[in-house]
Write a protein that binds this ligand. Structure first.
Ligand SMILES: [Fe+2]
Ligand SMILES: [Fe+2]
Length: 137
């Protein structure tokens, strides 16, 4: 049995139901990938996990950007830039893995995902949600 990369807890909640739900599923996907990367000879499953995360992430960012637009969010551009940079980095690692599977890509892939969870959900997404809540108070 392998350890979990991210243990979901309520500190990840930002207070917007549909986005919290997607964050939770994405963190589950990332943990699943972590388990597959720690296992052996499961390359097809690793590929599938990488692709699933990429597709889900794209859909998640699109939804979040839609919500930001609806609120006319003043930090939209910088928030979207973080999404774009993240997707670019992740896609690059994913493509490198798909072209030439190597376990040496495990750390950079996981670090990239960690940056998104710790450095984006817990900061930028939370800031966005707090500003939306202030609008309604
Ligand atoms: Fe998000
Ligand atoms: Fe975001």
């Amino acid at each position: 049995m392998t350890d979990t990369l991210f243990r979901w807890d309520d500190s990840f909640l930002i207070g917007i139901k549909e986005l919290d739900h997607e964050h939770k599923i994405l963190i589950e996907d990332i943990n699943k990938l972590h388990e597959k990367l720690a296992g052996s000879d499961e390359m097809s499953e690793i590929r599938k996990c990488l692709g699933d995360i990429c597709a889900r992430m794209q859909a998640h960012f699109a939804l979040e950007e839609h919500v930001m637009k609806e609120h006319d969010y003043e930090f939209f551009d910088e928030h979207k830039r973080e999404h774009d940079e993240f997707l670019e980095d992740y896609t690059e690692y994913m493509m490198r893995f798909l072209n030439a599977p190597s376990i040496s890509l495990k750390n950079p892939i996981e670090e990239c995902l960690r940056q998104w969870v710790v450095g984006h959900i817990a900061t930028s997404d939370k800031k966005m949600s707090l500003i939306f809540q202030e609008e309604h108070s």
